[in-house]
Design a protein. Sequence first.
Length: 202
Amino acid sequence: MCRGEIAMAAALQSDAFWIALEQSGLLTAQQLSAAKQALLQGGNPTPEDVSRHLIDRGWLTPFQAERLLEGRSRGFFYDRYQVVDLLGLGGMGWVYQAVDSSSGEVVALKVLRDEFRHDPGLLARFHQEARVGMQLNHPNIIRTLALGSAGGLPYMIMEFAPGPNLLELLLAHAERVDEGEVERARLQRPTGEAAVRCSALR
């Protein structure tokens, strides 16, 4: 490939990124215009350059930038909730950190995996999990706040608990786990489980 062809390919790649960015809805029209004005004056920046600039400005999160660099322009919004990071993958769905665009509240967003959208059993199980979660109010249990659907996929909104999960905590401190902390966690677990059982019996 000659130098001219390489430059043309790079330009096309950059154009595709700008299009994906605009289609994603992650930036306002004013932010998009300001980014183009700042970046395009000096030539034709790479998608990676654009991403770094937008992250530095606080207009994109690293997770959002990574998805855009993969060519994805959808899946950043579930109704009024904007996905900002990936928290993990469960048996039925993806769990994201999201922001309520109406209130600015940070929440956890659990979305049923796409391959299960036509599975009646898993759909029923997902909805049941959400309904039970919305009935619970216990300090040892993450509350479910809402149940919704977007793009044909059900999702649930839950309280966001910052920090590592239990597995990450154990792996990070495997050699120096405080026995007192373990015992406190063990004693708290039955109260949370009892709350779940009582809710299921209602």
